[in-house]
Structures are given as structure tokens and as C-alpha cells.
Design a protein around this ligand. Structure first.
Ligand code: GZL
Length: 322
């Protein structure tokens, strides 16, 4: 009997591992076009995707695009030529995918998007496994609004990769959260490309432009890696991250919890690196009997602050492939 899943998004309960579906990909060949290794979170996603493939007997063909869309498109064309059974793509940017996805559709190869959304007709992919990135930005903004109260607060923003769905959506959500609070404003905003190095560089320029950093109340970074780079820059400017300048970001990688435990970071919104589990389950069901999953499988987001025993959280997360 064909299981018709709700057409709306399905929020993943991450312990959901239905053995019969999990066995559905034994011996299948799946191509994975990964963006690169720009952040600790990305490294964890790769590790988890590879380990999960091994556990399910999947022959995973891995391609690292070094952050370039043209490399991803080349890799996907290679997977199509190989006649793989399914394709995973973590799309570096949200546009420019229609042609190559139409080629995969033509070849009857299902495509699942991981951790980022794209602007394309949704019949060109089976499903997208991502968090609600607008919500992540809103949670970060709501935390800052509460923490600041009615004091004036000049915020600087480190954006993710230009044109990527997390950069667009996390900016949108944060701006929505602070919109009704005139005491908060984003004074400067620039991409740090989700990396520590660039995050540090851009934060140094913000500090220079804002009275040696003394006029900055908070830095909002679209991921923890850029926040960790910003923390370095704040310290080198002789200021105290976490108190002189609040630090709020997204991902929940181990190092942000170390910084929190040292009082150098204030809040992070956790993003699970386990996008592959739900992706493999959807592919298994589809390849078994054509089951159509919801077009969006949403993963959960959770706020962590210094009140959440960050050292203990660090201990549970370190070594999980980050
Ligand atoms: C978000 C994901 C982002 C992470 C970054 O879903 O695409 O990409 O937040 C990573 O760490 O670079």
C-alpha cells in the first residue's frame, strides 16, 4: 500500500531510524556532492553521512566541491553518467540548479538536498532535509533582544556565503526579531563565508570602524566558526568577548561551547549535522515503492546559552566528527 506522506514539511524526530527502511539501500550506489569543508559543522555532516552510508551498506561516491557550484554541477553530471541510484546535494548557493536537476530527472535518478534550500521547481528534487533557517535567525535575535533589554545596542553581522539559503534566511529571521526594538540596530553586515579566517578578518575591520570595538554591543554570526574567528579578533583588540561584546551564532559546534564555558560566547542555535539519516530513509522508501516524501523534511533547532552547562555539552559533542 503506497504511503502518502503529508504534503507539508515533516519535522524529523532524529531518533527515527526505522530498520526496514534503513535496510532499503543495501548495495545501492549514491553520489554525494558536498560543498567543501568550510566549517566544523560541515565536517561533521560529511563524517556522519559517510558513517551512516557504511552502516546501511550504501556505496557512497563522495565529491568535495571546494565551495564552487561549477564543481558541484560537474560532480552531479558524473554521478548521472555513472547511473547511480540516488544523489545527495548540499547546494552551495540557492540558484543555478534547474538544468542539472532536469538531467537527473531525465535519467530517473532521485535527488535529495541536504542542509540548504534552492530556488527551483520542487519536482526537480525528491525532498530537502534542512532546518528552518529563518527560525534560527529569529531565535538568535530574540535571545539578543531579551539579553539587551532597552539599552542601545549596535550589532555587527557576519553573514554566511553570499547567495546561500542560510545566509539569506538567517539574516531575514534576525532582522524580523529585532524589528520592533528601536534600541537595537545592525550597523555593519558583511559575509565571512562561514569560515573562521574570514570571520576574524571581517570582525577586525568592524572593530577598526567602530571606535576600536568600543561602540559594538554584539556580533551576530550566521555560524559558530565565524563567531570563533570574531572572538579571536575581539580579544586581540583588548576587549572581552561575551561581555564587552556579546557573541550569538548558529550551529552548536563543540568549540562554541568551549568559548561559552570560558564566558567568551553567549548563545548558539543548534543545527544537527544528521541530515543524511532522514535523506537515506526517504530515498529507501522512494526506491522501494515510489513513496513520495514531504518536499521539506525539517530538522529541529535548539537554543543553548551559558546557563546550559556548556562544558558538559562540549564533552558530549567533541569527537562526533566536527
Ligand atoms: C546551514 C549550513 C551552513 C552551516 C555552516 O544549514 O548550510 O553551512 O551553518 C556551513 O557551518 O558552512
Amino acid at each position: 500500500m503506497k504511503r502518502i506522506l503529508a504534503a507539508t514539511s515533516a519535522v524529523v524526530c532524529l531518533t527515527m531510524a526505522v530498520p526496514v527502511l534503513a535496510e532499503g539501500l543495501e548495495g545501492k550506489v549514491i553520489g554525494f556532492s558536498q560543498i567543501g569543508s568550510e566549517s566544523g559543522w560541515r565536517a561533521a555532516e560529511t563524517t556522519l553521512t559517510q558513517n551512516e552510508a557504511k552502516a546501511r551498506g550504501i556505496d557512497l561516491k563522495f565529491a568535495d566541491a571546494q565551495q564552487k557550484q561549477e564543481n558541484q554541477i560537474k560532480a552531479v553530471r558524473g554521478f548521472i553518467a555513472q547511473g547511480v541510484d540516488g544523489i545527495l546535494i548540499a547546494p552551495v548557493v540557492s540558484t543555478g540548479w534547474d538544468d542539472v536537476l532536469a538531467e537527473a530527472k531525465e535519467a530517473n535518478i532521485p535527488v535529495v538536498l541536504l542542509d540548504r534550500q534552492i530556488e527551483a521547481p520542487d519536482d526537480l528534487y525528491l525532498t530537502a532535509v534542512t532546518s528552518d533557517q529563518v527560525h534560527e535567525g529569529r531565535v538568535a535575535g530574540d535571545w539578543l533582544v531579551k539579553d539587551v533589554g532597552d539599552k542601545p545596542c549596535k550589532v555587527v553581522e557576519l553573514q554566511g556565503t553570499t547567495g546561500s539559503s542560510p545566509a539569506i534566511n538567517r539574516k531575514k529571521g534576525f532582522e524580523e526579531a529585532i524589528a520592533g526594538h528601536g534600541n537595537l540596530s545592525i550597523a555593519r553586515s558583511q559575509t565571512g563565508d562561514f569560515t573562521r579566517t574570514k570571520g576574524k578578518e571581517v570582525m577586525e575591520s568592524f572593530i577598526k570602524a567602530e571606535n576600536g570595538g568600543k561602540d559594538i554591543c554584539a556580533v551576530y554570526a550566521h555560524n559558530d566558526d565565524m563567531a570563533v574567528g570574531a572572538i579571536q579578533a575581539i580579544k586581540e583588540a583588548g576587549l572581552k568577548p561575551g561581555s564587552d561584546i556579546r557573541v550569538v551564532s548558529i550551529d552548536g559546534v563543540p568549540d562554541i561551547f568551549l568559548a561559552m564555558a570560558a564566558g567568551e560566547a553567549n548563545a548558539t542555535v543548534e543545527l544537527t549535522p544528521n541530515m543524511a539519516g532522514p535523506a537515506y530513509d526517504a530515498l529507501a522508501a522512494y526506491l522501494k515503492d515510489g513513496t513520495q516524501p514531504a518536499k521539506w523534511i525539517q530538522t529541529e533547532s535548539k537554543l543553548f546559552t551559558q546557563a546550559d552547562d556548556p562544558k558538559a555539552v562540549y564533552e558530549t559533542k567533541k569527537g562526533l566528527g566536527y
